[in-house]
Design a protein around this ligand. Sequence first.
Ligand code: ATR
Length: 483
Amino acid sequence: MLCLTLTGETLEENALIAAACPAEIYELRTDLLKKPDADQIIQFSRQMNRPMILTCRRERDGGAYRRTDRTRASFLKKLLQEGAFSYADLEEDFKRSELEQIAAERGIEIIRSFHDLEKVPVDLFARIERISQRGEIPKAAVTACGIRDVVTLFNAEAQLRHIPKKIVLAMGPWGVPTRILYRRTGSFLTFASAPNAASAAPGHLDYSVMKDLYRCESVNSDTKIYGIIGNPVLHSASPRIHNPAYRTLGLNAVYVPFQVDDVRTFFMLADSLGIQGFSVTIPHKQEVLPYLGRITREVKQIGSCNTVVWERDTWKGINTDYYGFLRPIFDDLEQDRIKHALVIGAGGAARSAVWALRNHQCSVTVLNRTVEKAQQLALQTGSTWGSLDEADRTAAPDLIVQTTNVGMEPDTDADPLPAYQFRGQEILYELIYAPETTPIIERARRAGCRIVTGKQMLFSQGILQFETFTGLSYPFSEAAAVF
Ligand code: ATR
């Protein structure tokens, strides 16, 4: 079940949140209410007409309740007595036999929670075990500090299988996969907040993101898991490229962002979760190489891999940045309309572009702020090189590929080639996708150049990944895709 945590400061606000997100179950965070009036809360809960979890979280557990435990106990007692809730969340160190008795008499199940805002405690499973032996529902909300902790949480599924009703989740950015794939930790529910609501806990995702994008409630043991690894990774547009396509094609599959600090540990997680394939972004495009059983020629040439797929009993690495880059200009290359290209920059993105062009018989000049790096890439690929202010001095290019960060948010006024005069015949290929239009794009467009945007490239490489993972054609056109 996907539980919507109601984080409003008033009950009216919570009613609006609930109306916008009709969940199967709600958690009412009474600690976040500005004026928590017991009678009004009871009335609210009855009107909701859905299972409700009563929670009054203390500050030290990540909540906002500041008064004494004694005051809190009498507040909770009043709320429980009316039997208006299905569950009551009470902390592990907050045992009150009076409350437990009232809950038992009213058929209210106790969720016995513990929170660790700093780490995953070493006795995590033992504590869950102890709580379940008391006949209560254990809830562990702990903080993952790396991918190793995420592995620990997913181990709960196998190690605590005999406890069917439990909640095991990791807070913070590392823990996001445990919230989306909650059923793979053996949890019976997961939490989400309303869009734009004050976040209920670190790592809480929006309700619509959990429900409609990740379809977290339909993940089961047959679900094919894909994802993206990187650090950071939560800003990635890739889940919005892949997940809607699974949904449209009726595939039982999900694409999850994994923040990863240690690639070797992630491969262990991939094995244990049965992950079928994943995208790789900064800083792991080189680090994955030693774990791949097979790689394509482009991965070897570029020395970096952005797509890993489980194929014929091994991990195979390909580079869809390479093919994604080629796709929008493929016909021009095939028909010899691009004979000479200028590539601006000499980093990872430039490497893919230069190799792709060189493999298609295009001559290339690499221009870079640090000329030695341009020289190095040029020598490896049989290209020429120079500094950024030499753009006007090279042979008239048919294509200019802009691969640097110049013009990227937040410095969106910058132009990497301010002195270069566009003739209007060259194609400008910008790899930056945020913002969609950079100053160099504007100048090239004014001169009448054809433009290929970073968004087109991102989309091209994304659909190639989709096709590599699923073997199916991507179902949306670029214009119809929302990412
Ligand atoms: P990516 O994988 O996106 O290519 P990268 O490998 O870090 O990222 O490469 C960044 C590229 O942008 C480099 O060519 C870098 O130039 P240097 O080699 O001189 O560092 C270029 N770049 C970044 N900031 C720049 C700036 N302010 N002006 C000019 N070039 C810049």
